[in-house]
Structures are given as C-alpha cells and as structure tokens.
Design a protein around this ligand. Sequence first.
Ligand code: HEC
Length: 143
Amino acid sequence: MSPQRLGIALAFSIAAYAAPAAADTTLDYEFFKAKVEPIFLKKRDDHVRCYVCHTENNAAFKLEKLPEGATFWTEEQSRRQFEAISQLVVPGNPAQSRLLLQPLALEAGGNPYHSGGRQFPNKNDPYWKTMEQWVMGQKISAK
Ligand code: HEC
C-alpha cells in the first residue's frame, strides 16, 4: 500500500473508532431473571402483587404459575417469560413499552387504564426504574 493510501486507510479507521458506539439495547436475560422477575412476585406496600392477577387473567402480560412449593420460576419458565414479556416492550424505548406504561400512574405518563391499578406512582419508583433499565438494555454484569 502506498504511504498516501495508508494515510487514508488510517484516517478511516480512526474515524470509525471515534464514532460513538450505538447503545446496545438488546434485552438481557440475566438482568430480567435477577432483577425484573422478582418484581412480579414482590408484595410492595398496599399493592396486590402482579403475580396474583397475571397468572389468572388473559392479558398479554401472562405469568406462569410457580411450581408447587417453589418461591421462584424454573429456568425454563423464566426463559419462556423472557420471550413473552420481551414482546411487551420496545428495546431502548420505554415510552413505547406496555410493560412500563400499563402499571404506571396516568399523571406520571402511564396508560389511562389498568385493571390492576396504579402499581407505580411515578418513574422514580425504584422497581419501575429497574424495569426501565432492562428495557434500555442494561446487562447484569454492568450492575
Ligand atoms: C388486581 C389485578 C392486577 C394486578 C395486581 C396487576 N395487574 Fe396488570 N392487568 C390486570 C388486568 C385485568 C389487565 C388487562 C386489562 C387491562 O389492561 O386493564 C392487566 C393488564 C396489564 C398489562 C397490559 C397487557 C396487555 O394486554 O398488553 C400489563 C403490561 C400489566 N398489566 C402489567 C402489570 C404489572 C407489571 C403489574 C405488577 C407491578 C400488574 N400488572 C399488576 C390486572 C392486574
């Protein structure tokens, strides 16, 4: 390669290197299992748990029954839930994600009607934020 062409090639590779990397918003299964699924089981203040209604009703947000005596889903169940619940969010776009909007209070930007009530009063709710982080592609290793 001539010195001139080498210079051009170098300029190109530096430009590519310096360009901001597109954010990786792929949904992380480990984050979902460790941080998001527990929210569906957790009793928070005076709210009915997501699990109580969403194992029984036929909303698109459908949780599986825990195995007899178990306190958490099996690996296969978690995998299936990850696939199904991923359909209710738009990676990188919380404002388009039903999982985030349906249980959020209307004044905080949530959807107007959720039979399960205002599960999260606003976007500062730590559990809501955790779900948002998942939608934004946060990985478990990144904590
Ligand atoms: C008291 C029962 C109840 C509880 C508790 C409840 N929900 Fe619901 N939820 C419903 C019902 C019924 C629907 C379907 C009709 C509607 O949207 O209101 C629904 C719908 C939804 C939807 C929309 C699904 C679709 O069809 O697109 C999402 C997402 C959702 N709930 C998330 C949650 C989350 C997350 C929690 C817990 C933080 C929760 N819900 C707690 C009853 C409940």
